[in-house]
Design a protein around this ligand. Sequence first.
Ligand SMILES: Cc1cc2nc3c(=O)[nH]c(=O)nc-3n(C[C@H](O)[C@H](O)[C@H](O)COP(=O)(O)O)c2cc1C
Length: 182
Amino acid sequence: MTILHIDASINGENSASRAISGSIVEQLRGGAGDRLVYRDLAREPLAHLTLDSFADTSVLDEFMAADTVVIGAPMYNFTLPSQLKAWIDRILVAGTTFRYTADGPQGLAGGKRVIIALARGGIYDAGSPAAALEHLESYLRGVFNFIGIEPEFVAADGLAIGPEQRDSAIRQAIGDTLRLAA
Ligand SMILES: Cc1cc2nc3c(=O)[nH]c(=O)nc-3n(C[C@H](O)[C@H](O)[C@H](O)COP(=O)(O)O)c2cc1C
């Protein structure tokens, strides 16, 4: 199995999404034949998309070669970091991960497992006052659905409320990753 592990947080060692995505990868790794590919989008950012960058398919090829993709996705300004958006811009490619048909768009990347570690400062549950500002989980679900994948999420929420809430939310999310090996 090839696991592609992506991180995007700017918070280095203090990052909640990095801690959770790392725990997910630990749960999934096991077989001697497993291959792990790691891409840190904060340390080595991809450039913004240009027409010329379509010629370089290395990021797309890396995604297509993975059986499982684990993504650390912090919420910045109600959505994903622009570093992660630059990666999405390279994997949504007509003719490879989706195509348009007479019946509408069709995802072509089905068969991969995608697990996303969300870290959010606030609370965005349905019905909460800030729910309409949730453009991270909803966006990533839409993007992966579009290419034929139903992503799984592990979330740590309310991290900006205070140190106790932060610790317990991260602990609970890391606990949630233990079931992923099943
Ligand atoms: C630049 C920046 C912008 C942020 N914007 C939001 C936001 O819009 N909504 C929110 O709930 N939390 C926001 N936060 C809080 C982060 O989601 C929270 O700190 C989370 O832990 C980030 O994940 P990380 O620790 O992996 O970087 C922001 C944090 C930073 C650094």
